[in-house]
Design a protein around this ligand. Structure first.
Ligand code: PGA
Length: 250
């Protein structure tokens, strides 16, 4: 049985104090969410070491939003996967479209990041998805297949088992436009098939999250799709009530 998962990506939002308040509100309301839905939050780096213990004690998973492509050394400003693991972080978002677009992260770099995360025991939440022009040209299937071929299919089966995939159409991120449930299911089924062609039955257990303007009002329809196992939530994850309501949408 695949896990149900709702992960909140706080992006570059909240001061430390605001983050503490938000994490406290999520912990306080966690009991209102179904017990079989794994909640994960991804606060900024500066918040992680203080917020990881109370979140984990409440059964909320802790993710970073990025990690370095190298293990250690003279890489000013970078944060290694090992540093993250050493403070109790369990998951790491890798390849978010904002990292790809604004920081020039290529699939080759992202494969290195995935390997760094796996080497220290983190679960990568690997993001894929097409931009609007690619969707309009009917190229979305090819785009996600290439992203998987370059950064996920090279993994060993044992490593692949620890990967979570987030499909996020870039045109839906922060725009208020959501993929329809039919569009999400169509491409999630395609993604699972691409994974199954390499990893066989393991792909049936891979958690495939949908991301892009997912909110309480549309999460139910999206999560009802057979290949949509939950969501990666940006804006709506900054409001504890909305984040919990999304978990209740299953
Ligand atoms: P959004 O962001 O929910 O604000 O559209 C989703 C994401 O970027 O993960």
């Amino acid at each position: 049985m695949r896990k149900k998962m709702v992960a909140g990506n706080w992006k570059m939002n909240t001061t430390f104090q605001e983050g503490e308040t938000l994490a406290g509100a999520i912990v306080g309301k966690k009991g209102e969410a179904p017990g079989d839905v794994l909640l994960i939050v991804a606060p900024p780096f500066t918040h992680l070491s203080a917020l990881a213990p109370p979140l984990k004690a409440a059964g909320v998973g802790v993710a970073a939003q990025n990690c370095a492509a190298e293990a250690q050394g003279a890489y000013t400003g970078e944060v290694s996967a090992r540093m993250l693991a050493s403070i109790g972080v369990q998951y790491c978002i890798i390849g978010h479209s904002e990292r790809r677009e604004y920081y020039g992260e290529t699939n080759a770099v992202l494969l290195k990041k995935v390997r760094q995360a796996l080497d220290v025991g983190l679960h990568p939440i690997f993001c894929i998805g097409e931009v609007l022009a690619e969707r309009e040209a009917g190229r979305h299937f090819d785009v996600v297949r290439t992203q998987l071929e370059d950064a996920i299919l090279p993994l060993s089966p044992a490593d692949f088992e620890r990967i979570i995939i987030a499909y996020e159409p870039v045109w839906a991120i922060g725009t208020g436009k959501t993929a329809t449930a039919g569009q999400a299911q169509e491409i999630h089924a395609y993604i699972r098939n691409v994974l199954a062609a390499k990893f066989g039955a393991l792909a049936h257990d891979t958690v495939l999250l949908y991301g892009g303007s997912c909110k309480p009002s549309n999460a139910g329809e999206l999560f009802a799709q057979p290949d949509v196992d939950g969501g990666l939530i940006g804006g709506a994850s900054l409001v504890a009530d909305d984040f919990i309501a999304i978990a209740n949408a299953f």
